[in-house]
Ligand binder design. Structure first.
Ligand SMILES: [Zn+2]
Length: 334
């Protein structure tokens, strides 16, 4: 992983690249459009000339200023109507020749009034933790695609509820979690066997929040513990320097740890895990944890202080039923 300044510069360059790519695309669109409808090019030119004339008029303020300005304004309005008419009759959207922005808040500059936009902060996180493809991966994973029909309607005798009813409840909690994100501080623990949609739901929540301009850091437990170990290794002899990944983990709006229990942990790295969970709790910053472990495994595998934080401050959502990936596969073969 490269240093913080390097990453910052890289992200700045990415924004520059994005902006020039967008304007190049726009120019190309314009060329194509004007080739097909030359009158539109004339109109554009004429509108520019009229604009310049009007500006000069305002500067010079001749005696017949009012009449002349009125005429120019009327002419501009006529040109505009004609342009819209051509577009409309050819079913071309009115904003066809407007720049489209990935971020409408900062117009892809990364900054609003000199302050970093959330999209910029998210890009820093993406780059630093190699999750640049997070947005692509989760492009198609949103709540609308979550198919509860794969879950059995047969009641689980132990729990007195069917996997379908259970997943409906869980889905509702996850949707509410993203909807009330600003209003209500909540942490989630998604636990249960593999293949029941835990990661999918984590992705849905990440996507929903990224779309609403929040910053999200998404790591698997193995990635997280590797990060902790590597960082400590790099700082041997320099322990006073604070680890730079920790700032990010503690400051992102939502921190997601996927697949807890698969990591290789040491006493020190598990102390760091406690530190993350505890500090975010104190700062009222939400965490979502997903794990294939059962509640019993969690209690056995983690220190008491970690367990007490999770049990005490997380909404636990238990997933049960048959592996839906197998059912899906079988479904496709039919
Ligand atoms: Zn932005």
């Amino acid at each position: 992983m490269s240093g913080k300044t390097e990453i910052y510069k890289e992200v700045l360059r990415d924004y520059e690249r994005l902006r020039s790519q967008k304007s190049a695309e726009l120019r190309e669109k314009q060329t194509q459009l004007y080739k097909k409808f030359p009158r539109l090019a004339d109109i554009e030119r004429e509108m520019n000339i009229t604009g310049v004339r009007l500006a000069r008029l305002i500067l010079e303020q001749p005696v017949d200023y009012i009449q002349k300005a009125e005429r120019l304004r009327k002419h501009t309005a006529e040109l505009k109507t004609e342009k819209l008419e051509i577009l409309r009759s050819n079913r071309i959207p009115e904003n066809f020749l407007e720049l489209s922005y990935n971020c409408t808040k900062c117009h892809d500059t990364g900054f609003i009034d000199g302050k970093e936009c959330t999209c910029f902060k998210q890009k820093l996180v993406d780059k630093a933790y190699d999750q640049s493809n997070l947005k692509d991966i989760i492009k198609n994973e949103n709540f609308d695609f979550f198919d509860i029909r794969y879950y059995s309607t047969e009641k689980d005798p132990e729990r007195n509820i069917s996997p379908r009813e259970n997943i409906q409840d869980i889905l509702a909690v996850c949707i509410k979690f993203t909807q009330d994100f600003d209003k209500k501080f909540q942490n989630l623990l998604l636990y249960g066997k593999t293949g029941l949609g835990k990661t999918f739901l984590c992705n849905c929540m990440a996507k929903e929040l990224l779309d609403s301009g929040k910053t999200v850091m998404y790591v698997t437990a193995s990635q997280l513990f590797k990060l902790i170990e590597e960082d400590r290794f790099n700082r041997i002899g320099d322990e006073d320097i604070p680890s730079h990944y920790m700032d990010d983990i503690l400051s992102v709006d939502l921190f997601i740890i996927d697949d807890l229990g698969t990591e290789f942990s040491t006493i020190l790295s598990s102390a760091e895990l406690f530190n993350i969970i505890n500090t975010r709790l104190i700062n009222r910053k939400p965490v979502v944890i997903s794990t294939n472990l059962s509640m019993e495994d969690i209690i056995n595998q983690y220190s008491d202080r970690i367990v007490s934080r999770i049990v005490g401050s997380y909404t636990s959502l238990e997933f049960f039923g048959d592996d839906i990936r197998m059912i899906k596969k079988f479904d496709m073969m039919k």
